[in-house]
Design a protein around this ligand. Structure first.
Ligand SMILES: [Zn+2]
Length: 274
């Protein structure tokens, strides 16, 4: 439903584009909180979103995304090589989010000890580094597939109450499936992190899809790729598990564009359940 509504907005934006003066800018995606939009400009054009520079690949592709709680509007500015400027006011659909209560987690996984906190901080540094890479590539043009088959057991944006304690929102989609279920790359990319067991995430894989777009696959029972490896959309990268902070076997699939956590479910068609 959200996806359908997002697509309608895209069509409206494209109609608006077509009726305006000829401009070499195309935008395609979900103009909604948590949404990702792919743009294309002429090679050499420069792009800013709300005054911040947006990386552009050599082929003119760029990506922008909207925060879970981001503003209802955004300003896109494209400076063309000939000196002219195209400005676009974007309207971002807002969302409301569920509250998800999860009980029965080991207390240590909700309120870690000072010793655990050190480990968590070190692991976070690794994750931030792996997800902070901005390659001027556009592997993401492969499109996206669900990385595992199973039942959706957690959605993007939920406010989380763990063992009764409020915690940061859930930035990803959970797919519950038996231990050992294959986990595949959601899109073409390059593996930037493989970890044998993080405190919260357990066994983890991070894949970079270009321009600062990346995906994470966590709580795995097994990782089947190496750092630096190039992967194609649909290639097996690991297996579903329940390592780290998990009450049962599932894949947590997260997607981030630079500093914005986006909703993976908006990127894929259909359902992972069958
Ligand atoms: Zn999750």
């Amino acid at each position: 439903m959200i996806r359908l509504f997002g697509s309608l907005i895209v069509i409206l934006v494209l109609i608006a584009t077509a009726s305006a003066v000829a401009q070499d800018v195309t935008l395609d995606g979900d103009f909604i909180q948590g949404g990702l939009v792919t743009g294309r400009v002429a090679a050499g054009d420069r792009v800013d979103l709300d005054g911040k520079p947006v990386p552009v690949a050599a082929n003119g592709r760029f990506l922008i995304a909207f925060d879970r709680d981001g503003a209802k509007t955004a300003k896109l500015e494209i400076r063309h090589a000939n000196g002219s400027v195209t400005r676009r006011d974007l309207t971002i659909e807002t969302r409301s989010y569920d509250i998800q209560r999860i009980d029965g987690l080991p207390p240590r996984k909700v309120t870690p000890s000072p010793e655990d906190m050190k480990r968590i901080a070190a692991e976070r540094t690794l994750m931030v580094a792996a997800r902070g890479i901005v390659r001027r590539d556009s592997d993401f043009v492969s499109g996206f597939v669900w990385p595992a088959r199973g039942r959706i057991s957690g959605v993007y944006g939920s406010q989380r109450i763990l063992n009764g304690e409020p915690r940061r929102p859930h930035f990803g989609v959970d797919i519950a499936a038996p231990v050992g279920t294959p986990v595949v790359a959601a899109a073409d990319g390059e593996v930037t992190l493989v970890h044998p067991g993080m405190f919260f995430n357990g066994k983890s894989v991070v894949i970079d899809h270009g321009l600062g777009l990346n995906s994470v696959y966590i709580h795995l029972s097994e990782t089947l790729v190496k750092k630096g490896q190039k992967v194609k959309k649909g290639a097996v990268v690991g297996r579903v598990g329940k390592t780290g902070r998990a009450t049962g076997p599932h894949l947590h699939w997260g997607m981030r564009l630079r500093d914005v956590e986006i909703d993976p479910a908006l990127l894929v068609d259909g359902s992972p359940e069958n």
